[in-house]
Design a protein. Structure first.
Length: 366
């Protein structure tokens, strides 16, 4: 690695790390003031507190990382330009493009890290932190759900799990005791059916119930006819009529906010594929990580230009641009979630606008 590249990385990474630490510290301090009494009352272990704040920090990283990239790039370029270091480097024969490569390289790494964080860290750590908060900061059993009701996307029948481990798709392949019930019409009369088992397994794409009890109830107005119960069956009986998979159940058992993009996509297409709010959120999962690169491109010429003006005027203009980006994101989020424009366009439009403006400003300096 060349000496100048190392110098530029050092000039950028220092402010970037400071921004990340300061933003997280501000959030933790304010949250700690509000929850300190709860931590004391619950006698919460310090390791659980650290895990809680790690999960919450991961949840807010989609805006934390771009904000840090913007401020760090702005400050670095402002300092390098104010001290005429960029001018000296370019006078020595180094092109402006090469000088900015370290900044873009770090921004790309931050974008990839943001995407991986939302796909792998948030679904586990942030979900735990949310349940931990709801449990008044007493160690919760996040994975087990008692008497959990899962209604199929079609609404034709529902599953009721007595005590199921919902930690993963694999654990839902052996959910234990459950009850499935639904309804259908026959000769103008509505009938209700139910299947109860003390053990269920999902093997080779088929549900198998251990000694299932099958029941049917006929309803004619308010009159209830006697149920028909069948118990003389083999030990494990396939239930070909039940098409629900552990994957779909696992996705439905988790809060939408803490799902990975892949799980959100599965859930959306299993329920209501035309839901504009959820469609926008999936598109936003693809767009938001790349804000780090876009906003870095915008911050490079902005930082250099602001150094040529008065200190307070330059900082003011830069902060206004910084706030404009997030205001634009919030406005288009509102519009996209209500399908006033195509959700994918609403999610990507802030990136596209600042990308075009950033390219125009960048080219003026080359």
């Amino acid at each position: 690695m060349k000496l100048i590249t190392r110098y530029l990385l050092k000039a950028f990474l220092g402010p970037l790390i400071v921004c990340l630490i300061v933003f997280n510290a501000i959030y933790i301090i304010f949250d700690l003031f509000g929850n300190l009494s709860k931590f004391i009352d619950a006698e919460t272990d310090i390791l659980l507190v650290l895990r809680y704040y790690f999960g919450m920090a991961a949840l807010y990283s989609s805006w934390l990382f771009p904000a840090s990239c913007f401020l760090a790039t702005l400050y670095s370029m402002w300092q390098l330009s104010r001290r005429n270091e960029l001018t000296a480097m370019r006078a020595s024969g180094i092109s402006f493009h090469k000088l900015t490569i370290p900044f873009f390289a770090v921004a790309v790494v931050m974008s990839l890290f943001t995407f991986c964080n939302s796909e792998y860290v948030v679904p586990s750590f942030s979900r735990w932190s949310s349940v931990f908060d709801e449990a008044d900061f007493r160690a919760p059993n996040v994975d087990y759900k008692q008497n959990y009701l899962y209604v199929t996307p079609s609404g034709e029948y529902a599953w009721k799990f007595e005590n199921v481990n919902a930690s993963s798709e694999k654990t839902l392949m052996s959910p234990g005791a459950l009850h499935v019930e639904g309804s259908y019409e026959e000769n103008g009369h509505k009938k209700y059916w139910g299947i109860r088992t003390d053990d269920a397994k999902f093997l080779d794409g088929v549900w198998w119930f251990h000694y299932p009890q099958q029941m049917e109830f006929d309803f004619d107005g308010s009159e209830l006819l006697a149920p028909r119960v069948t118990t003389n069956v083999p030990e494990y009986v396939p239930q070909f009529q039940l098409k629900d998979t552990p994957k779909a159940m696992f996705v439905a058992m988790n809060n939408w906010e803490f799902m990975s993009m892949r799980d959100k996509y599965v859930y959306l297409h299993a329920t209501n594929p035309n839901d504009p709010e959820k469609r926008f959120d999936i598109w936003y999962c693809t767009a938001s990580p790349w804000a780090c690169v876009v906003i870095t491109l915008f911050a490079i010429p902005t930082g250099i230009t602001s150094s040529r003006q008065s200190k307070f005027k330059g900082i003011g203009i830069a902060l206004c641009c910084f706030l404009a980006f997030f205001v634009l994101v919030a406005m288009l989020m509102f519009i996209g979630q209500r399908a006033y424009i195509y959700p994918g366009l609403a999610a990507w439009l802030p990136n596209l606008i600042f990308l075009l403006v950033g390219i125009r400003l960048y080219r003026r300096l080359t």
